[in-house]
Write a protein that binds this ligand. Structure first.
Ligand SMILES: [Zn+2]
Length: 841
């Protein structure tokens, strides 16, 4: 949901958890809480569209107070959001936000699920959303998630009855959840799923409402609440010393890329949920009212419940290991359950509890955080029992299935370390997020292995199994191999252990724009995944382009080292665009992937392999004027993009804005949301308008109408609105066909609006004074034409331009028409100056 973003939140960064990979080391109190959870057999699934939509107060309350299995199903991974912590956007941002959700769930005790739907950007209406997503596939994934998780209760974040009132993804998430509720119990719905899951019918479906959905607190106070449950989620947990809202705030603060740092509160806090399907509970604070959430719901469970009740009641906070004999009895009984669903869940839970009660520490670390298929890696295994329980390490099984017998009695508080060498299989898969291995569509990820659908991340298959015998019962414990090191500043640092290809390569620039037919040198960076790499590099390129030399040798001695190679690209005479891909030949193998590493403190280290591609564009573009002053706003790459096409761009800090300084520039461009973010600009507006009046050219990109720091954004009346055109294919009508901005120096036609990405533009003005000329008209389907996307006014001897067109999105992906139109905006007023300029030169 919409929240203000504050860059200041980044300052909090350094004080948060150091690493997300450290193994859990539960306290005696935490173990007791886990035993209570082991004794509860109810499940609740929360459903919304994006990472950060979820209500962490409710999720934490369900998980920590009620002890229910609680999952959040986020339909997307949030690729379309912004990134406040670094440069990653799109699929890489989706990787970060996936991990932020997992970090949030580690904090609030929930689980995390996804569908294959892609967050393709803002959508006004669910009709549009469901047309771009493959509705049937997303519905199928929601049905699958419910059949896998088997929730008794589903809670939607959004209202399925109010299309158009919020992001189309939001309403769609609720609509699909409601539709799925009626399908999951029907064996004729998505029958192909039934080879891996059973049908399942949740009892109730709720909508997690609040005053926000009613428009105001007053309206909500006055509303009929007979269909609403109210739950006090402000409970306090003495076991952790935290209130539920404090845990929820810690969880929400994991959404750092979105700037959603949150401060906890204490004291009573009501959440409202409205019954949508199923019967209204009689006890109106309990979503599970009338649902058996005890062990009695499972055949053979009654006896287990009795044992665990006693374990819970007799638990010795000073000696948790005293519970082990009874826990072992429960473990054996759980192994005999016929209900596979609960057997798997409760087996995992009780194993963790037994290990924690015994103070068991089992770890497998590698001496590197990545290796290649076919290589050998040194492992260190640490095994220790810190209880008087009778525990024997029978054997260890490595990832290749090789069993190494140990038969060692684990004496209380005596550590055993083993060195092993792991020969990684030659056909071992490389590590990368499974949803990015095949190219999907705008609205959907492509997942070929159906067993992976819904999983938050690629399951780890490089694991060590420790076969233990505890009190004469064999229990296997499986641990993923990790990398552990000591950082002089951070201390103990963990990273996942990953498999990478023997080489990866990238071109240093992602978009290369040539505004003439002159050749250009490009740099290819090849990185070795192992020692002693030898081969050659070629560049795949569009047919009408040439690249020299045809191939270059690559020799790299050490793993992790890079070699840089320069190739020369020769563009065609005419406008043209395409992709360049470095191809590294090693032996008979060809590598075409780029290795991207994402390293932030709040999430585990991420290794991502993507197709190595750079877009190359030969622009047919003419320009007038050379020197541009750029006033930065919330941050965009427009300055670099303008430099790429040959402009001299100087960044102007607010304190640099003076009459003398402005005079040097052919045009001043104001970055996105500058008037929302830069307080000092209110003292500089008049200087800028004076500069325009004296013959200057000023271009202002989009701002939002809320929290404007200036009274006058333009020298004439101009009112910003929330009008936006989100369909990047929406027809663009040229209104002022004879206007200079559409004719000089480049002739702009409808062709220049082809190939745009994500959207046309946003926050267009909807009222303006007669001095402005409206240049373009466009609209999303079913809406009235919007004529405020590009407005040009003469002011004195110069020009003022206001535009909500999304140049900041189009430039980074090399959209030719966007460059041509922007060049015309920068050239305004320079048509008749042509001659005198040439004389000067
Ligand atoms: Zn959202």
């Amino acid at each position: 949901m919409k929240t203000r973003l504050h860059l200041l939140l980044l300052l909090l960064f350094s004080t948060t958890l150091i690493t997300a990979q450290q193994p859990k080391k539960p306290t005696a109190s935490e173990i007791h809480e886990s035993i209570k959870k082991l004794n509860f057999l109810g499940s609740v699934l929360y459903v919304a569209a994006h990472p950060d939509d979820e209500n962490t107060r409710l999720i934490s309350y369900m998980s920590n107070e009620i002890k229910a299995r609680t999952a959040y199903l986020s339909l997307t991974r949030g690729d379309g959001g912004q990134n406040l912590v670094g440069p990653e956007i799109r699929e890489l941002l989706g990787v970060i936000r996936t991990q932020e959700l997992l970090a949030a769930r580690r904090t609030d005790g929930g689980e995390q699920k996804f569908t294959r739907a892609n967050d393709f950007g803002y959508s006004k209406h669910p009709d549009e959303t469901l047309a771009i997503w493959n509705k049937d596939e997303v519905l199928s994934d929601v049905v699958l998630a419910i059949r896998q998780f088997q929730p008794d209760v589903i809670i939607n974040r959004f209202d399925h009855r109010s299309p158009g009132s919020t992001h189309g993804h939001h309403t769609s998430s609720a609509m699909l959840s409601v539709e799925a509720f009626d399908l999951v119990g029907d064996k004729n719905a998505y029958p192909n799923q039934l080879s891996s899951v059973d049908i399942w019918q949740p009892q109730r479906l709720f909508f997690n409402t609040s005053w926000w959905f009613y428009g105001s607190q007053e309206k909500f106070d006055a509303a009929d609440k007979s269909n609403l449950l109210d739950i006090d989620t402000g409970v306090y947990f003495p076991s952790s010393g935290l209130s539920n809202p404090e845990i929820a705030a810690l969880s929400r603060s994991q959404h750092k890329s979105q700037g959603f740092g949150s401060t906890g509160s204490r004291g009573s806090q009501l959440e409202y949920i409205e019954i949508i399907k199923g019967d209204l509970p009689t006890e109106k604070t309990n979503i599970f009212d009338g649902i058996d959430t005890s062990w009695n719901r499972v055949e053979g469970g009654k006896a287990i419940g009795e044992i665990l009740d006693a374990v819970q009641n007799n638990y010795d906070f000073k000696n948790p290991s005293a519970s082990i004999p009874e826990l072992m009895r429960a473990y054996i009984a759980i192994q005999n359950l016929k209900n596979e669903h609960w057997k798997i869940i409760k087996t995992n839970e009780i194993k963790d509890i037994i290990a924690a009660c015994a103070g068991l520490y089992l770890e497998a670390t590698a001496n590197t955080n990545h290796a290649t298929a076919g290589s050998n890696v040194d492992l260190n295994l640490e095994v220790i029992n810190r209880s008087n329980s009778k525990i024997v390490l029978s054997s260890i099984v490595n990832p290749n299935g090789i069993k190494i017998d140990k038969n060692i009695t684990l004496v209380n508080n005596t550590s055993f370390d083993f060195k092993e060498t792991l020969a990684i299989k030659t056909n071992q898969q490389v590590s990368t997020p499974y949803w990015l291995t095949k190219k999907g569509t705008l609205g959907m990820y492509k997942v070929e292995d159906k067993s992976l659908i819904g999983k938050p991340e690629t399951p780890r298959d490089l694991n060590i199994t420790f076969n233990l015998n505890i009190e004469n019962v064999n229990i296997p414990f499986t641990k993923a191999i990790v990398y552990k090191t000591n950082d002089p500043v951070k201390g103990e640092v963990y990273k996942p252990f990953e498999i990478i290809p023997e080489v990866s390569a990238k071109i240093s620039e992602k978009v290369i724009i040539l505004d003439t037919d002159q050749q250009r040198d490009i740099e290819v960076i090849v990185k070795a995944g192992r020692d002693n790499i030898e081969g050659y590099v070629q560049i795949a390129h569009p047919k009408n382009w040439s690249v020299f030399p045809e191939k270059q040798k690559v020799i790299i001695e050490n793993k992790g080292q890079e070699q840089r190679l320069i190739f020369t690209v020769i563009p065609p005479k005419e406008q043209s665009e395409g992709l360049l891909t470095p191809m590294v030949h090693i032996g008979d193998k060809v590598y075409t992937k780029e290795l991207i590493e994402i390293d932030y403190d709040h999430i585990p280290f991420q290794t991502v392999l993507l197709p190595s591609e750079s877009k190359i564009v030969r622009l047919d573009i003419k320009k007038q004027g050379q020197n541009i002053g750029y006033i930065e706003g919330a941050g965009d790459v427009v300055p670099e993009s303008l430099r790429q096409i040959g402009y001299n761009v100087a960044i102007l800090k607010p304190e640099d804005i003076s009459a003398e300084n402005l005079e040097r520039f052919d045009a001043i461009v104001v970055g996105i949301r500058a008037y929302n973010t830069i307080e000092e600009l209110k003292f500089k507006q008049q200087l800028l308008f004076d500069y325009v009046a004296q013959g200057g050219n000023m271009i202002v990109q989009y701002n939002t109408n809320r929290r404007l720091k200036v009274d006058q954004i333009a020298p004439y009346d101009l009112k910003l609105s929330r009008d936006r055109v989100t369909d990047e294919f929406a027809e663009v009508r040229l209104l002022a066909t004879n206007h200079e901005v559409l004719n000089f120096p480049n002739k702009i036609t409808s062709k220049d609006f082809e190939g745009w990405t994500q959207e046309r533009g946003l926050y267009f003005p909807n009222e303006w004074s007669s001095e402005f000329t409206s240049i373009l008209s466009m609209n999303d389907e079913g809406e009235t034409p919007k004529a405020g996307s590009l407005l040009v006014a003469r002011h004195g001897k110069g020009y003022y331009v206001y535009t909500g067109l999304s140049f900041f999105r189009e430039f980074p992906v090399g959209v030719s028409g966007a460059y041509r139109l922007f060049a015309n905006m920068l050239s305004l007023g320079k048509n008749d100056m042509n001659q005198s300029e040439q004389i000067k030169n």
